[in-house]
Design a protein around this ligand. Structure first.
Ligand code: NAD
Ligand code: UD1
Length: 341
């Protein structure tokens, strides 16, 4: 069986960690990314870790002709599709860009796959598709698409539906919808991590910028939620565990649509994340209590049982591991920028 895989968004945060796992497992990996939110230097970092530099196409999923050429060049066995825009606030300001990039790009990708007989795809979905539920423990059987708070979340929901329809039209298609909870951490080598271009809006990239002084203080969005310490609780999953979830999924693809939560099942509060970071760094993290952020839910986490039973996958790393690896990545980045001065 061919082991050739195309990874869209493969120089991004989750994609790059997954590429490392794929190469280490013997897959032949090619990456397609337009570098909108990632850096070309990630390729050298992947090579440093694995000993192999993957073939790279600097290309945009919205460019149909280039996609066709890429699929002409190589007969892939499967595609792992990470590429997309993911800034929630920006998606409210620029909904059409999000629909064009995320949905338009995915439709082009599926068309290219169909035209070249590639029928296996793993898609990066999100816990956001669950919207508001009665229980904060999300299970794959819950309905999706209700009360989604923003266009970003709707693109994930719509893409899930588009992939389901693709399977109905062609029963040979093998689709996996992986619903990620909150990815954090970095590669234990310190060579890969989350380094978004522009101003971040997720918790850990902001914590990282506060710790090295690029941001003065972390605003904790509300401490009056109905949780033990009053701050919101989320299911933070180490990015290496998340990457390994894709490996397990590849081994279990079969015709039709498979849906899995990838999370730990154990929520942590914002205050617990701050404490874990402070413990790992040995320094206080400057922060203050701010107003609630619109659209935030008090708490939610994954029920990860289905992935454990059917894929034989479960998380192994802790939030302390994630903080340690994040600090290693920050230290490596600091050394790199000093050596370039
Ligand atoms: P990321 O921004 O680091 O990676 C996405 C990559 O896709 C970037 O390298 C970007 O340059 C590329 N890209 C975007 N649009 C493209 C296009 N039109 N053509 C080619 N390349 C394009 O994000 P990430 O955190 O690694 O997330 C990967 C996927 O997982 C995304 O689809 C995201 O929505 C999803 N996801 C992320 C999280 C999270 O918290 N990080 C949670 C749930 C789901
Ligand atoms: C957010 C998105 C969600 C998306 C996910 C991953 C919103 C409402 N939801 O989820 O759609 O799938 O990112 O990209 O944006 N926090 C602070 N201060 C900060 C930043 C965050 O206190 O400066 C808190 C938040 O209130 C939240 C937690 O930290 O409780 C995690 O926030 P974040 O990383 O943005 O993830 P989510 O809100 O879970």
């Amino acid at each position: 069986m061919s082991r050739k895989i195309l990874v869209t968004g493969g120089t991004g945060y989750i994609g790059s960690h997954t590429v490392v796992e794929l190469i280490n497992a013997g897959y032949e990996v090619e990456i397609l990314d337009n570098l909108f939110n990632s850096k070309i230097t990630v390729l050298n970092r992947i090579a440093q870790i694995t000993g192999k530099k993957p073939k790279f196409y600097e290309a945009d999923l919205r460019d149909k002709a280039t996609l066709d050429k890429i699929f002409n060049d190589t007969q892939y066995d499967s595609v792992i599709h990470f590429a997309g825009l993911k800034a929630v606030g920006e998606s409210v300001e620029k909904p059409l860009e999000y629909y064009e990039n995320n949905i338009g790009g995915t439709v082009n990708l599926i068309e290219a796959m169909r035209a070249h007989g590639v029928k296996k795809i793993i898609f990066s979905s999100s816990a956001t598709v669950y919207g508001v539920q009665e229980s904060p423990e999300y299970v794959e059987t819950m309905t999706t698409g209700g009360q989604l708070a923003n266009p970003y979340g709707r693109t994930k929901y719509f893409i899930e539906e588009i992939l389901k329809d693709t399977c109905t039209a062609d029963p040979e298609f093998q689709v996996a919808l992986l619903r990620y909870f909150n990815p954090i951490g970095a590669h234990p080598s310190g060579l890969l991590g989350e380094d978004p271009n522009g101003i971040p809006n997720n918790l850990m990239p902001i914590v990282m910028r506060v710790s090295d002084g690029r941001i003065e203080k972390l605003a904790v969005y509300g401490d009056d939620y109905p949780t033990a310490d009053g701050t919101c609780r989320r299911d933070y999953i180490h990015v290496v565990d998340l990457a390994k979830g894709h490996m397990a999924m590849l081994d279990h693809l079969k015709p039709g649509v498979a849906i899995f939560n990838l999370g730990t099942g154990q929520p942590n509060s914002v205050k617990e994340i701050i404490s874990a970071f402070e413990k790992a760094s040995g320094k206080a993290l400057p922060h203050y209590i701010a107003d609630r952020r619109a659209g935030d839910l008090p708490e939610f986490w994954a029920n990860p049982t289905k992935a454990k039973v059917e894929l034989g996958w479960q998380t192994e790393l802790t939030i302390d591991d994630a903080m340690r690896d994040t600090l290693k990545f920050l230290e490596h980045e600091k050394q790199q920028s000093l050596s370039q001065k």
